[in-house]
Write a protein that binds this ligand. Structure first.
Ligand SMILES: *Cc1c(COP(=O)(O)O)cnc(C)c1O
Length: 337
């Protein structure tokens, strides 16, 4: 194992030993291979550079209590990336080969997988881009699929701090646009809003539906969970929300492990004060509690001192399943070694 200060790593890129690269040319993917070269050389008019033809995924590898290296539900990342590719007119990298490439990449970088109990994980980033030169607006002909990984520190360093978020005046995803896929372009257009939010003292933006600005969708990079005062778990429903694997897993855990009622439905921004707890969910944090939502001067407070009790139960159960301390549903944990 590498000698790193695992508990103090941030969420930042660090070069590891190997990455996976496959190339699509003349209508077919090559077998792909591991390489030590982290740099990409491409033509100045590559489709990704001019027209942002790219999509990505994100998942974690980590060590379980009994010492195995595992990934959490990589088959769902494979399926979601296939959806992203189809929407971006990019060739799907076959789902079974995607999972196999994740396994190969993590295995080759096993020394970089943090020890159990450190709170750190190996973040795995698959991505694809249109690589050959084009000028007229059309999809590329050649594509590269890559996976790199980088160790990242515990999300809640120095304890859990509930977030203060605002209802954004900017939009994240158009109705019938690309909000439901993991395209880099969704992030490009959110950069202005997140920098502005930070300048104004907020941790995150919550985006309303762009069509009517009435319903809650998600933040720039995490889905939203709400807990009603009588303990039901609610998540917003919309075609322009990115289907978070963490959120889908938490909804399953709520129902099947904790016996809670769950509901995916439209959530109006003006009913947010009817809920008891709120959290943001995604691979990085699993759940981060929201302490306060500011909607143009109207403040909705869920509590700034700690995670809500049901949010905490959900968090602990899912993390327990991931770490091998609670029995996982069939197929959720992919053993790497
Ligand atoms: C990646 C992402 C999420 C979280 O998805 P997970 O699969 O749980 O990591 C949520 N919202 C957006 C916009 C995302 O890009």
């Amino acid at each position: 194992m590498k000698d790193l200060d695992w508990g103090n790593l941030g969420f930042a890129y660090q070069k590891t030993d190997y990455r996976f690269v496959a190339r699509y040319k003349d209508g077919a993917w090559d077998e792909g291979r591991l390489t030590t070269d982290e740099s990409i050389t491409m033509n100045e008019s590559a489709c990704v550079l001019q027209y942002a033809q790219t999509c990505f995924e994100g998942l974690k590898a980590y060590r379980t209590k009994d010492g195995h290296i595992v990934c959490f539900r990589p088959d769902l990342n494979a399926a979601r990336m296939a959806d992203s590719c189809r929407r971006m007119i990019m060739p799907v990298f076959p789902e079974d080969k995607f999972v196999d490439a994740v396994v190969q990449t993590v295995r080759a970088n096993a020394d970089w997988v943090p020890p159990f109990g450190s709170g750190a994980t190996l973040y795995v980033r698959p991505f694809m881009f249109g690589a050959d030169p084009i000028l007229g607006v059309k999809p590329a002909n050649e594509f590269e699929f890559r996976i790199f990984c980088t160790p990242v520190g515990p999300y809640f360093k120095g304890g859990v701090k509930p977030l203060t978020v605002r209802i954004s005046d900017y939009d994240r995803a158009a109705p019938r646009g690309t909000g439901h896929i993991k395209a880099g372009l969704n992030y490009a257009m959110s950069l202005y809003a997140i920098v502005d939010a930070h300048e104004q003292g907020y941790d995150e933006n919550m985006y309303p539906d762009a069509g009517t600005r009435t319903y809650l969708e998600e933040t720039g990079g995490a889905n939203i969970l709400l807990i009603t005062k009588d303990g039901k778990v609610v998540t917003p429903k919309s075609d322009s929300i990115l289907p978070s694997i963490t959120r889908r897993s938490l909804m399953f855990v709520a129902k099947e492990y904790l016996g809670l009622e769950v509901e995916e439905r439209k959530v109006r921004i003006d009913e947010l004060d009817q809920f008891a707890e709120c959290g943001l969910c995604g691979t990085a944090a699993v759940i981060s509690p929201v302490g306060k939502i500011v909607d143009h001067g109207r403040e909705i407070c869920y509590g700034m001192d700690k995670m809500g009790p049901i949010t905490e139960k959900l968090y602990k159960t899912l993390v327990g399943i991931q770490m091998g301390e609670i029995e996982a549903p069939e197929g959720w944990i992919k053993r790497i070694d």
